[in-house]
Design a protein around this ligand. Structure first.
Ligand code: GDG
Length: 737
């Protein structure tokens, strides 16, 4: 039976060794907490690092580690301390993490880190491939493993692979500064589905893909030569019931069962019943805005001294990544700030900040959530922020006020919270005042709505939605109309080719024989290609025609020494094998003077675009324009032109990053059927990549072998993934001449 393979940097468990004895505990963190329930219930294995380096695990316990992991349906990837330094503390946390959170000044570009990142990603990919079986679905998590999807795809081209990015994806202007930006994007595009927490991250990612890799992006789909990658947002939820139940149990527990922490919290509440506790919980990370928060709190107390002894900030900072210098610096900064502010405001019976630098057991987390009337979560950037959601879920009597930074992904779904800009201290101070005085009814009204949404969009639902969309990509792939030319199909075609007595091959040029380039004049055929076409056309019974939208002069000069028929400008001109050009009887050109100024206006308004003037058509190219602006202007121009040319016997062809206006009577379909008139070809083959080639696919007889290059909707019977595959196919024809 097929299974799900989950892969994340860390396993959802932590293995520790004391006195040669292994201890396994669940690990803390957004992802682990979130996916654990999904993993437990389903048929899945989870691959990741168990938290100890190879050097830390004694030789005699290595098998035991794997055994313990397997008991939890986990597979441990063993990493050395050098690997952890380069891959995890290095590239992941000193390059990607700061960059993706817009901390460009913290972002390091170190070749050694990058090398290690690639090697360790390969290690994860290899481990996955060890366990992968046909039909399994693979779900890769987070920024530490961005290259893994491509690495799996290379070995298992048919695999169904999803990727979820738990942190923000920065805007193109920030992402483009990464020296290895192409490799990173290509790595993650090895997937079928990429998920982000919010639409903004999705938008930024697609913008980088289209600007940096220049792939075609239509709405939320990236078209690659061999696949379509879907990109979507799936805001991650929490295990709502678990938090709700924990809170209910907490309230039921008797005073003997209470934790020490709860006793101390209660003690404070009893001593100062009108005072309110403000909760802050995060990993100690510069993105979480902890130092800002303390300063904003200081600002609040400075401006509103009447709240002295009336509020207390209970701050839990969980130690994190202390091997990275910025985290050590932040720790010092926070220690100093807390010390200074406590020194500045404390009274005999009151300290303004109650600071814990440690990780706490789950029960204590619940003590804090349920006891504090206000939660102040002010990240400077945060992919989602699950703490905000957990806080609301534990407020079972619906009281409590959440103050949340608009920079957290969670803010998009939690409108009923008090949403603030963490850099605006005045606004934070105002929100604290509002929270302090908010009537209970209003608190309950707000939390009611929040809880309803959180309960519905839980982590289970999030995982199910993602998996459903991921499986959907497979169904989509399977329902694709054209059939991929596998080696068996290619053999079959060759058999028919060999048997046939009279054969004709229509071959498109750009995007089929050669890849697209920025300057159309740079797409000249290489010597091998020329030789291939010459040989193909040298056999008596095989007739090769290159059929293109290109102008006759360019096409003619590129193929001047090769005896092959050419059809240029979609059929306006035809060159005989002896080099003579003939004009199609259907063409007109008098319309061009009226249309040209309209297109020129679009050239002026859209940098990077230009007009290609052919004898009987005008083409507006926008490949080099900003991709989004190009698409917008192409739509606009297409509409303007359609109106302008109506009833003139002209049509607008929408090619690959080009709009072309020409006589409606001329197209590749008409041009190639003309070639069949009066002939008795028993093998007809046509191959092309873009929309203009669809005319050939539609007009040729059903028995023709029509082949689309790339994966797009098509009327062709077959498809191949890209230009290298076209060459291989043509070489097979040559070998079977
Ligand atoms: C990343 C993204 C995104 C915290 N302290 C303790 C503890 N926790 C648990 C919380 C919560 C989780 O850790 C923290 O999750 P966050 O979402 O707030 O933050 P990150 O760890 O930075 O997570 C983030 C997330 O991935 C998921 O996609 O939301 O934006 O940065 O579940 O309860 N748990 C225990 N003791 C603690 O001291 N037991």
């Amino acid at each position: 039976m097929s299974k799900t393979i989950i892969i994340s940097n860390r396993l959802p468990l932590q293995i520790s060794i004391e006195n040669n004895h292994l201890d396994v505990t669940p690990s803390v963190g957004g992802l682990a907490t979130g996916l654990k329930s999904f993993h437990k219930d389903g048929d899945s294995i989870w691959i990741g690092w168990p938290g100890l380096t190879e050097e830390e695990i004694p030789e005699n316990l290595k098998d035991e580690v794997q055994k313990k992991a397997r008991e939890e349906n986990c597979v441990a990837v063993h990493l050395t301390s050098d690997e952890i330094d380069g891959f995890y503390y290095g590239f992941s946390n000193r390059t990607i993490w700061p960059l993706f959170h817009y901390f460009m000044e913290y972002t390091e570009s170190d070749d050694q880190f990058w090398k290690s990142y690639q090697e360790v990603n390969q290690k994860y990919a290899d481990e996955i491939l060890e366990h992968y079986e046909d039909g399994d679905v693979i779900w890769v998590h987070d920024y530490q493993l961005l290259l893994v999807p491509k690495m799996i795809r290379e070995k298992a081209p048919e695999a169904v692979i999803g990727f979820f990015n738990h942190i923000p994806f920065p805007s193109y202007e920030v992402f483009r500064t990464l020296p290895w930006r192409e490799k990173v994007l290509e790595g993650v595009l090895g997937t079928d589905l990429i998920g982000f927490h919010t639409y903004d991250y999705e938008r930024h990612f697609l913008s980088s893909v289209s600007r940096i890799l220049r792939h075609q992006v239509d709405f939320n789909e990236v078209t690659l030569p061999d696949r379509i990658v879907k990109v979507d947002s799936f805001p991650m939820g929490i295990d709502y019931k678990k938090f709700e139940q924990a809170a209910l149990d907490h309230f039921k527990s008797t005073s003997e069962n209470q934790s020490e922490l709860q006793r101390r919290l209660d003690h404070h509440l009893e001593a100062t019943p009108e005072a309110k506790m403000i909760l802050s919980i995060d990993r100690l990370d510069y993105t979480k805005g902890i130092a800002h928060r303390i300063r904003a709190y200081e600002y609040f107390l400075d401006k509103n001294p009447e709240y002295i002894e009336k509020v207390r900030l209970v701050m839990l900072a969980v130690p994190s990544r202390s091997n990275v210098p910025q985290y050590r610096r932040l720790k010092r900064e926070v220690d100093e700030l807390v010390g200074r502010i406590n020194g500045k405001f404390s009274t005999v019976s009151w300290t303004p900040i109650w600071y814990f630098y440690r990780s706490m057991p789950f029960e204590n987390l619940i003590d804090l959530y349920t006891t504090c009337e206000i939660a102040l979560l002010t990240p400077i950037r945060d992919g989602m922020n699950l703490v905000a959601k957990e806080y609301v879920a534990t407020r079972t009597d619906r009281t409590g006020v959440l103050i949340l930074s608009e920079m957290a992904g969670a803010a998009h779904e939690m409108n009923e919270a008090l949403i603030i800009n963490p850099n605006n201290f005045e606004q934070v101070a105002e929100a604290l005042k509002t929270a302090f005085h908010m009537p209970k009814e209003e608190q309950m009204e707000r939390n009611k709505m929040l809880q309803k949404r959180l309960r519905r969009y839980s982590v289970e639902k999030w995982a199910q939605d993602f998996m459903k969309a991921l499986r959907g990509t497979k169904e989509n792939r399977d329902s694709f109309k054209a059939t991929r030319i596998t080696s068996e199909i290619s053999e079959e075609i060759m058999e028919q080719f060999k048997k046939a007595k009279k054969k004709i091959l229509f071959i498109d040029y750009d995007g089929t024989l050669v890849n697209f380039v920025n300057k159309p004049e740079d797409a000249e055929p290489d010597a091998d290609l020329k030789e291939l076409i010459r040989t193909l056309n040298s056999s008596e019974d095989t007739h090769v025609i290159l059929i293109s939208g290109r102008d006759k002069n360019t096409l003619g000069s590129w193929w001047r020494d090769i005896p092959v028929e050419l059809i240029s400008e979609h059929g306006v001109w035809m060159r005989q094998i002896d080099g003579e050009w003939e004009l199609s009887e259907n063409v007109k050109s008098e319309w061009m003077d009226a249309v040209r100024p309209v297109i020129e206006n679009f050239v002026d308004r859209t940098p990077g675009t230009f007009i290609e003037e052919k004898n009987y058509s005008l083409a507006w190219h926008y490949r080099k324009a900003d991709p989004q602006l190009g698409e917008i202007r192409a739509n606009e121009l297409s509409n303007v032109l359609k109106e302008l040319i109506s009833n003139r016997g002209l049509s607008v062809l929408e090619g690959n990053k080009v709009l072309e206006i020409k006589s409606s009577d001329v197209n590749k379909g008409k041009a190639c059927t003309k070639k069949l008139v009066g002939e008795n070809y028993d093998f007809i083959f046509a191959i092309g990549d873009d929309w203009t080639d669809e005319y050939m696919f539609q007009e040729l007889p059903e028995t023709a072998y029509t082949v689309k290059v790339g994966i797009r909707k098509t009327s062709a019977r077959y498809y191949v993934e890209g230009t290298p595959k076209v060459r291989t196919l043509l070489e097979k024809f040559r070998d079977n001449l």
